[in-house]
Design a binder for this molecule. Sequence first.
Ligand SMILES: NC(=O)c1ccc[n+]([C@@H]2O[C@H](COP(=O)([O-])OP(=O)(O)OC[C@H]3O[C@@H](n4cnc5c(N)ncnc54)[C@H](OP(=O)(O)O)[C@@H]3O)[C@@H](O)[C@H]2O)c1
Length: 265
Amino acid sequence: MQLNEKVAIITGGGKGIGRAIALAFAADGAAVVLAGRTLSKLEETADVINKKGGRAAAVQTDVSHEKQVERMVAETVRTFGKIDILVNNAGIIGPTANVVDINLNEWNEALAINLTGSLLACKHVLKHMIPLKSGAIVNIGSERGRTGDGKSGSPMRTPYSCSKAGMVALTESLSVEVGKYNIRVNCVTPGPVKGERIMNVLKAKSQITGEDVDELLASLVDTFSLKRATEEEEVAAATVFLASNAASGITGQTLSVTCGQRVLF
Ligand SMILES: NC(=O)c1ccc[n+]([C@@H]2O[C@H](COP(=O)([O-])OP(=O)(O)OC[C@H]3O[C@@H](n4cnc5c(N)ncnc54)[C@H](OP(=O)(O)O)[C@@H]3O)[C@@H](O)[C@H]2O)c1
C-alpha cells in the first residue's frame, strides 16, 4: 500500500475524476477528506469508502472562498491529525464560446474555481506541511492547459485553457518555493476522459459549429494513439503515483494522461 497512514484532501472528491482519485487513495491506505460544494455527493463517496473499511470524511467547501478553504484544512487536521497530500481536482468547464462572446462573469468564475481555488488550498495546506517538512501536492490540470509537447490553448474554451495553463505555472513556481521543505508539487494533465463532462463539452461545441456530436467524438478519439478516451481510473492511478513515495524524486513536473492525444480540440 503506497499511501498507508497518509492523510489526503481531495477537492471535488464527490464525483467524476475526484471520486475515482478518492477511491484509489483509500484503496491504497490513505485517509481521505472529500471537499466540494454538494454535500450529498461527498457523503455518498465517503460512505462507500467507510463501508469498505477505509477512512473518509466529507467537508462541504467552495474552494473559491478562502474562509471555506481554511475550514476544510482545519477540519482535516481535527479529524485525521495532519495533512500529507493535497489533490487540487475541483474544477468547472467554464463557457464554450468564442472570446468575443465571453461574459466577464463566466471568465472570472472559471479562474476563481479552477486556479484561485487551487492556490488557496495550497496556501492553507502548506501552513501545515511546512513545519512537518513533508508533503505532496498534485494539481489536476488539463491537456487544454499544456500538452505533452508544451503547447497550450483551445479554441472556444479560452477561460478554461487559461485556468489550466495557470495550474502548470502554479505547479512549477510552488515546487521551487517549497522544495527545501521536502514538499513535492506535480501536475497531471488528462486529455478527454470518458464520461458526462466530455459529452457536455462536445454538445456545446456542436451547437456553435453545427457538427454532429458523435462524429466530433469519433474524429477526436481517432487522433489519439490508443484510439480511445482516458478512463477516470487512469487519471487516479497517475495521481496516486505522484502523491506516493514511489515518486519521491519527482517535483515540478507535468504528466500527460491522454491515451496519446496528439492534437488540441
Ligand atoms: N473530464 C475530463 O475530460 C477532464 C479532462 C481534463 C481535465 N479535467 C479536470 O479534472 C478535474 C475533474 O473533472 P471531472 O471530469 O471529474 O469533472 P466533474 O465531474 O464536473 O467534477 C468536478 C468536481 O469539482 C467540484 N467543484 C466544482 N466547483 C467547485 C468549487 N467551487 N469548490 C469545490 N468543488 C468544486 C464538483 O463538485 P460540486 O459541483 O459539488 O462542488 C465536482 O466534484 C477538473 O479539474 C477538470 O478540469 C477533466
